[in-house]
Write a new protein. Structure first.
Length: 85
């Protein structure tokens, strides 16, 4: 759960992380809330890790834009690696 729309009420904004925290008591994965503020130094560091091969992003499947609906179904079906929701 990363990011949020700009035109959302506070109650709507808080509903998603609260739901995740409640649900995490019933599953093996645990939701831990935190707020990250990206900065240029952090992004450069991540880029260096990726370039050096020390960090490999997990991309299990890619879709062309014309198959966006199939990509969403893939995630909603729980098949995307690295997703639990």
């Amino acid at each position: 759960m990363i990011g949020a729309p700009h035109d959302i009420s506070i109650s709507q904004l808080l509903a998603t992380p609260i739901k995740a925290l409640v649900l995490s008591t019933f599953v093996s994965q645990k939701a831990v809330p935190f707020i990250a503020k990206a900065n240029q130094g952090d992004l450069k560091f991540l880029a260096e890790l990726i370039t050096s091969g020390k960090l490999t992003p997990v991309i299990d499947k890619t879709y062309p834009l014309s198959e966006a609906a199939a990509a969403v179904r893939h995630v909603e079906g729980g098949h995307a690696r690295g997703k639990w929701w």
